[in-house]
Design a protein around this ligand. Structure first.
Ligand SMILES: Nc1ncnc2c1ncn2[C@@H]1O[C@H](COP(=O)(O)OS(=O)(=O)O)[C@@H](OP(=O)(O)O)[C@H]1O
Ligand SMILES: [Mg+2]
Ligand SMILES: [Mg+2]
Ligand SMILES: [Mg+2]
Length: 363
């Protein structure tokens, strides 16, 4: 079936509006996260599970949910953060509100597309709490990670603002802002991008629509910069492949990752970076394989940690599965309860990587 790009059915299938709003909403939120990133005190609070959350996470979540509610009032939102700790901390709430109320895109038409500013501090707390949807197999759910890699954000390393639209369990749109990644696709192959990248340049906004490819563009504080398509590298000799993995040893098993690399004959050191910047890096050829091998058997990966990155890698020519070779299943709820770990690589080498993972993990 040939569809003209201005026909309503094409627009519906290509999720043009959802993509535009997602890109702009993420871009606007990165203005806030960049401000907090450069502040000495980032308003760090420990959550019940001991993981950190900051002014940046709360503020970005408020701004993005506001954009979604204004544009897609019928849609559900599955977001990482909620406001209960803030409601007991008036001074932190005031600090976040002071940030949030002053954030806008410098391009007015773009800012207006997002539906204008938040009305008040009290409304901000309520908006943060509109991300409590349980997800599931039916309907439209936005998965939002306002700051992915909060530990990287606090350490001065990589982090990402991540948003994805999941419709009937399938990821349709993904947008990831990586303020500390270099604009040049391949620069991160040669630079130590994992940590201390405060001078790393402008950052990138990477996005994808199911069936329509993946795109990168420099992040901007105004409207969207021109984008260009990205694709994974063609790796003919897997021993020349480049590994990406997490920085935190508690999030993925670096020993097992190294054993897989060795089994594949890979000798170059892995590139370590926090957040879904790993998915973005392999999608644009700054790496070939992303492994997230489980540390313990009980942890369930969260959908907001993977939805946008999964789509971006697939649209750039990659394959994303768990350690059993099973696609990530976004139909279950807020977690990927039926998957274990993540193995992402370009399609031609994915089978080989899975075989090595299974040999190392004795599956
Ligand atoms: N035990 C365990 N296993 C796996 N994953 C976990 C675990 N604990 C936390 N998390 C989630 O890891 C998210 C950050 O992932 P990263 O890829 O940035 O981790 S790493 O630091 O690069 O290793 C992080 O996302 P953010 O909280 O948004 O930073 C968590 O959702
Ligand atoms: Mg977190
Ligand atoms: Mg996360
Ligand atoms: Mg987060």
């Amino acid at each position: 079936m040939l569809l003209h790009r201005y026909c309503p059915r094409f627009l519906e299938m290509s999720y043009e509006r959802e993509r535009l709003i997602a890109e702009l909403a993420v871009q606007r939120a990165t203005i806030l996260t960049k401000r907090v990133f450069h502040e000495k005190v980032k308003g760090e609070v420990a959550k019940d599970d001991k993981s950190p959350v900051t002014k940046g996470d709360f503020g970005a979540q408020a701004l993005i949910i506001q954009s979604l509610v204004k544009n897609f009032p019928e849609d559900q939102i599955v977001a990482e953060e909620e406001s209960s700790s803030l409601r007991q901390d008036e001074s932190l709430t005031v600090e976040i509100w002071e940030l949030v109320k002053n954030i806008e895109l410098e391009d007015q038409p773009s800012d207006q597309l997002l539906g204008g500013p938040l009305p008040s501090q009290e409304a901000m707390l309520d908006i943060i709490d509109q991300g409590k949807s349980l997800g599931g197999p039916r309907g439209r759910h936005w998965a939002l990670d306002p700051i992915d890699g909060t530990k990287g954000f606090l350490r001065g390393g990589q982090y990402a603002v991540c948003l994805a639209l999941i419709e009937d369990g399938e990821v349709k749109v993904g947008a990831i802002g990586c303020p500390n990644l270099p604009v040049d696709d391949l620069a991160s192959l040669t630079a130590d991008i994992g940590v201390q990248q405060t001078g790393a340049g402008q950052g990138v906004l990477i996005s994808a629509v199911k069936g329509f490819g993946a795109t990168t563009r420099p992040l901007s504080n105004a409207g969207l910069s021109p984008g260009k398509p990205i694709a994974m590298r063609l790796v003919t000799d897997i021993s020349q492949g480049i590994f990406c993995e997490g920085v935190e040893a508690g999030h993925s098993n670096q020993g097992d990752n190294a054993a897989v690399a060795e089994r594949l004959g890979i000798t170059s050191p892995s590139i370590r970076l926090d957040s879904q910047a790993k998915y973005c890096s392999i999608a644009r050829g700054a790496g070939d394989i992303y492994l997230r091998l489980p540390v313990g058997k009980d942890y369930e990966e969260k959908i907001w940690d993977h939805a946008a990155g999964d789509l971006i890698v697939q649209e750039a020519g990659g394959q994303v599965t768990d350690i059993y070779g099973k696609p990530l299943d976004f139909t279950i709820g807020r977690t990927l309860a039926s998957n274990k770990g993540v193995v992402a690589a370009s399609k031609p080498i994915h089978d080989q990587v899975i075989a090595a993972v299974q040999a190392v993990l004795k599956l």
